[in-house]
Design a protein around this ligand. Structure first.
Ligand code: GLN
Length: 246
């Protein structure tokens, strides 16, 4: 049985707005197709994970306080993470985790949380706690050449700058900063985004894009994923898209 090994980073700290749901959706869409999902959780002071040995690394959102708590622990793995990304391991990073893979995150109190500096972007929160990007969001992403509407929910004070390649164009909502036309950051094996929701529960095509990438890379095949019955998901998407962008 083919399988994917998934590393779930800081499940106790980066678990804002139900981002654990992304792990549940990955497991569901793998197992429904007869693939095995092996999910390892890593918390602060656990044994160092070998990032390169995984197919997919996931980290969710976190409040400023939690980002402060885990930053020092995360930074010790910078070289291993960089090596894993360069070798093609897929990274799915939501909000607070997204921010920590850039140069730094400047919190609402003005404190600098050093990032891994693997990507050139940086994030600074507005010092007025009431000024946050909060609400539903719809972007248009390019997944293997297919323009795909991606639906989510954003809640971040952080404003992200110097994005070279966004995850998508904003059709509704804010994006990387108030009134931005771009959202998130993407490269072949990295999706970093502000979209909670959880992201994957609202966007089966994004989930399948990630699953196919990981299986193709691991088994060196052009795997055709069996279609799943997404009637419920698609009905929800239709209602949300009619509400937000039609
Ligand atoms: N604490 C960060 C911010 O406010 C990230 C929030 C989140 O992960 N939703 O921008």
């Amino acid at each position: 049985m083919k399988e994917l090994k998934i590393l779930y980073l800081y499940p106790d700290l980066l678990e804002l707005y139900g981002d654990y749901g992304n792990i549940q959706v990955l497991r569901y869409r793998l197992e429904k197709r007869g693939y095995k999902a092996i999910i390892d959780r890593y918390c602060i002071n656990d044994n160092a994970p070998d990032f390169k040995s995984y197919d997919l690394v996931f980290a969710g959102g976190g409040a400023d306080n939690e980002q402060n708590i885990l930053s020092e622990d995360l930074l010790q793995y910078k070289d291993n993470i960089k090596e894993a990304i360069n070798s093609g391991v897929f990274f799915l990073l939501i909000c607070g985790a997204y921010q920590l893979f850039g140069k730094y995150y400047k919190g609402v109190e003005g404190n600098i949380v050093p990032g891994l500096n693997i990507f050139d972007y940086y994030t600074e929160a507005i010092t007025d706690r009431k000024k946050r990007c909060i609400g539903n969001i719809v972007i248009e992403a390019n997944l293997n050449g297919k323009q795909t509407k991606v639906i989510g929910f954003e809640n971040h004070g952080g404003q992200t700058f110097d994005i070279t390649n966004s995850f998508g164009k904003v059709l509704f909502g804010n994006g990387n900063k108030f009134g931005d036309s771009e959202e998130g950051f993407m490269q072949d094996n990295v999706i970093a985004t502000y979209l909670h929701g959880p992201l994957l529960s609202k966007n089966p095509e994004v989930t399948d894009y990630i699953i196919k990438y990981c299986l193709d890379r691991k088994y060196n095949e052009d795997i055709r994923l069996d279609e799943l019955d997404d009637e419920f998901e698609n009905n929800c998407r239709k209602q949300l898209l009619e509400k937000f962008i039609n």
